[in-house]
Design a protein around this ligand. Structure first.
Ligand SMILES: Nc1ncnc2c1ncn2[C@@H]1O[C@H](COP(=O)(O)OP(=O)(O)OP(=O)(O)O)[C@@H](O)[C@H]1O
Length: 273
């Protein structure tokens, strides 16, 4: 199951207080942002710090509403969060008093699924992320990578049409991160879910995305969308990340980001924010 996502002319303005000034000022986080994600597509988003990546994800998830423009998922304007859209954040958001199995079941309770079915479906999705043997462990008994696997299983368990991921692997060590990236591609192939994935890591963006959207800051807009054509069916022993094509994509996106960072120095973005 998958859905098309369309953001058209999206603007997001926040009211912020500048340093030493009690009055509220308007801060334009996004301005006339247009982006389409096709049903079943895996799109990654990169951009300078503070350019509005999380804001875009919040709008698609329905956690916030845009100041202007429209966010449409599967032909319907997004007005609130819904079970058609799952979200995975960087920080592990598991309930500490529930086991891995219990955490996945908790998400299924919201769907009204019967208790016995919840147990079966939770077990299926823990299996999908390779955690069958850890189903009865509590979050504090799991590694960071395992906790993120539970979070992914939980978000996939109610079979959302769209999976929104905000730097989900940002807190993990490099090896665990690569392994989860590979697993996520497999899961995406199996489920066909539309995935929007935010990252600061250019390699991660190129490895995962069929397209990489590069955002500019102040105001946040889509600067360019780069199509990625990598051999995703390559055998296990082929290191896709070391191929010349991969290096070319990495360099293309690196150059775009470098140019954007030159234009909007980080200190300026953060001072105004
Ligand atoms: N609720 C809010 N109120 C005021 N300003 C906000 C709010 N949410 C976000 N902002 C500002 O909007 C801008 C975009 O924030 P956002 O978190 O979307 O950026 P980002 O690209 O995800 O950042 P990072 O890469 O550093 O995680 C930032 O300048 C931020 O300070």
């Amino acid at each position: 199951m998958s859905s098309r996502i369309e953001l058209s002319g999206v603007g997001q303005v926040f009211q912020v207080r500048a340093e030493g000034d009690k009055r509220l000022h308007e801060f334009v986080a996004l301005d006339s942002l247009d982006l389409t994600v096709e049903a079943g597509e895996f799109l990654t988003i990169v951009g300078p710090s503070g350019c509005g990546k999380s804001t875009v994800l919040d709008l698609v998830s329905g956690l916030t509403r845009p100041t202007s423009g429209r966010v449409v998922v599967d032909g319907r304007v997004v007005t609130e969060p819904g079970l058609d859209r799952g979200v995975v954040f960087q920080q592990y958001t598991l309930l500490p008093w529930r086991t891995a199995q219990g955490n996945v079941e908790f998400a299924l309770e919201a769907t009204g699924m019967k208790r016995r079915d919840r147990a079966r479906v939770a077990a299926e999705f823990l299996d999908l992320v390779g955690l069958s043997d850890f189903a009865q462990r509590y979050p504090h008994e799991l590694s960071g990578g395992m906790k993120q696997r539970v979070a992914i299983a939980r978000s996939l368990s109610y079979q959302p049409e769209v999976l929104l991921m905000d730097e989900p692997f940002g807190a993990l060590d490099a090896q665990t991160r690569e392994r989860l990236q590979e697993e996520l591609v497999q899961i995406w192939r199996r489920t066909g879910t539309t995935i929007v994935f935010i990252t600061h890591d250019i390699d991660e963006a190129v490895y995962l995305g069929q397209r990489v959207a590069v955002m500019s800051a102040r105001p946040g807009r889509i600067r360019e969308v780069v199509d990625i054509h990598l051999d995703r069916e390559a055998p296990d022993d082929v290191d896709v990340r070391s191929t010349p094509e991969f290096a070319r994509y990495r360099h293309e996106i690196w150059s775009l980001l470098r140019e954007l960072n030159r234009r909007a120095p980080l200190e300026e973005v953060e001072r105004v924010a």
